[in-house]
Design a protein around this ligand. Structure first.
Ligand code: ZN
Length: 65
């Protein structure tokens, strides 16, 4: 899979979770990806909320995680 970097801070090699969250929470066709920290800031939530979301999506059997 192509390596993605954070649109905001430029952090490279985003994890599958970070990419999956961007797709699920923003836009599944998004060309911009966010690392966990920047996504939390963008959505005005904390990173723990996002990590809880990852678990939730996993439980739903989402293949992006
Ligand atoms: Zn970032």
């Amino acid at each position: 899979m192509e390596k993605k970097s954070c649109y905001v801070c430029g952090k490279e090699a985003l994890s599958k979770n970070e990419i999956g969250l961007t797709k699920k929470l923003l836009d599944k066709n998004s060309k911009r990806f966010y690392c966990l920290d920047c996504l939390a800031e963008y959505l005005e939530v904390d990173t723990e909320f996002l990590l809880a979301k990852v678990e939730e999506f996993k439980e739903q059997g989402c293949k992006q995680f």
